[in-house]
Ligand binder design. Structure first.
Ligand code: IMP
Length: 429
């Protein structure tokens, strides 16, 4: 069984919690793209941990893997491993494997991300983690891989090979790379060498592990990062991340054939959020938007930035269903809508007398669209303690079932609170 899970919106739909919930049903959880621009929070013995690189499911049984399509900041990974070990969650190589070909984020990638964003007249609002520049190096074949940093000699040879062009590039922004590294990143080469030694035993061939697991009847869950409309190819360019975030990307990035896929789970937040710039047709600049942000805790896990909030956007969801081929939907954060009346859902956009039920392909047109809404009656009952679908208020059930009907995909779970237990399994009706 090979299941892929992706965010259907702009990230932050609550994938981490869903993966944590499903984790015990799987033998392996694999991350296939992105880097420490992503983030999820886990709660262990009442304490909260924010993780950016280690896949979700750390407290559960499965083996965790980081695939070669990830761009990994090794310092962040080591910090996460050490932070967890202080809490007696020990991440041994038997638990975590990292593909030898995983791209390494270098200090100059992060600096270039900062410099690049600073000179853009219209910002993207990146997380400044060096993601785009690490992927650029992969495409340009100038990346440093995990297999390089675990070997001091090879690592030093590799950086001597790539540093001259980085110096020139950074000079084009009016800065001196060596001076920057000496003042801001003193001792970085030694640090990377030390980390390389620590990570050596985690090295693996993810494609082979996943294929072998599937061939022996094991269950594998591929966990996407960010969300569908931040996809590098099909998203709202230029306001996107630098990797492909949709389900097919799991196959490419993990080296697993599409014939192996058995299911694709879409995570849909009951409203929509976006962090960073770019179109968000249903964005609310009023009290309701503020209320969604506060009630939903809508602040970035990675950057702490307030997220932009709006009503659920069905044209975007229709596109997500196409891009990912969802077989089921998990609806998250339904509890955040409690007390709002009416609850609105965007069923179409208007743009210069034209109506769109599916997003216009051009980002600039999407950003000029105004939403048309269907209104639903809200509910006031607290729903976080409910575990049985039939106990939900009638209006909440209507909301869920309407979404199901419109996109023709079954909703299988509904999340009604941040805790792992605050989840309702929806029976087949
Ligand atoms: P980058 O991935 O740091 O280059 O940022 C590009 C865009 O993707 C920015 O708008 C970021 O805010 C957004 N982004 C990147 N990672 C995440 C995420 O995990 N959740 C939500 N937005 C993200």
């Amino acid at each position: 069984m090979f299941t892929i899970i992706t965010g259907s919106q702009f990230g932050d739909e609550g994938k981490g919690k869903v993966v944590d919930l499903l984790a015990d049903e799987y033998d392996m959880i694999v991350r296939f793209q992105g880097g420490d621009n992503a983030g999820h929070t886990i709660i262990h013995e009442g304490e909260k941990f924010k993780l950016h690189i280690i896949p979700s499911g750390i407290l559960s049984r499965p083996r965790l893997l980081i695939g070669p399509g990830v761009v990994m900041n090794p310092e962040i990974l080591i910090q996460e491993i050490e932070m967890l070990s202080e809490k007696n969650i020990i991440i041994k190589p038997e638990k975590l494997g990292i593909d030898a070909k995983t791209s390494i984020i270098m200090p100059y990638h992060i600096r270039l991300d900062e410099l690049g964003e600073a000179v853009r007249s219209e910002k993207i609002g990146t997380t400044r983690r060096g993601i785009a520049y690490a992927y650029m190096d992969k495409v340009a074949r100038d990346e440093v891989q995990l297999s390089d940093i675990v070997d001091e000699k090879r690592f030093k040879k590799r950086i001597n090979e790539v540093l001259p062009q980085k110096r020139r590039l950074i000079k084009s922004f009016g800065e001196d790379l060596d001076e920057y590294l000496e003042t801001e990143e003193e001792g970085w080469v030694d640090r990377y060498v030390e980390i390389g030694k620590k990570l050596k035993s985690y090295l693996t061939d993810v494609s082979r592990e996943v294929n072998d697991a599937l061939s022996s009847g094991k269950k594998v869950l591929a966990e996407g990062a960010q969300g569908t409309h931040l996809d590098l190819i099909h998203g709202t360019q230029k306001y996107v991340t630098s990797s492909s975030t949709i389900a097919g990307s799991a196959c490419t990035n993990l080296g697993v054939g599409p014939t192996r896929v058995t299911g694709v789970i879409g995570i849909v937040k009951a409203y929509i959020t976006r962090v960073g710039e770019g179109p968000l047709p249903t964005e609310l600049h009023d009290e309701t938007g503020d209320r969604l942000r506060e009630r939903g805790g809508e602040y970035g896990t990675t950057t702490g930035r307030p997220r932009r909030c709006g009503w659920l956007d069905l044209p975007l969801l229709r596109k997500s269903v196409n891009l990912n081929g969802y077989t089921e939907i998990v609806l998250t954060k339904l509890d955040v809508l409690t007390g709002l009346n009416p609850i609105k859902v965007c069923h179409a956009y208007k743009h210069k007398n034209k109506k769109f039920e599916y997003p216009p392909h051009e980002t600039h047109i999407l950003s000029e669209c105004t939403p048309e809404y269907t209104e639903f009656e809200g509910w006031n009952e607290k729903i976080s303690d409910i575990r049985n679908y039939n106990d939900l208020p009638e209006n909440a059930k209507t909301y869920i079932e309407q979404i199901e009907e419109i996109v023709s995909i079954p909703v299988t779970y509904i999340s009604v609170g941040p805790d792992r237990r605050e989840m309702i399994k929806k029976p087949d009706l």
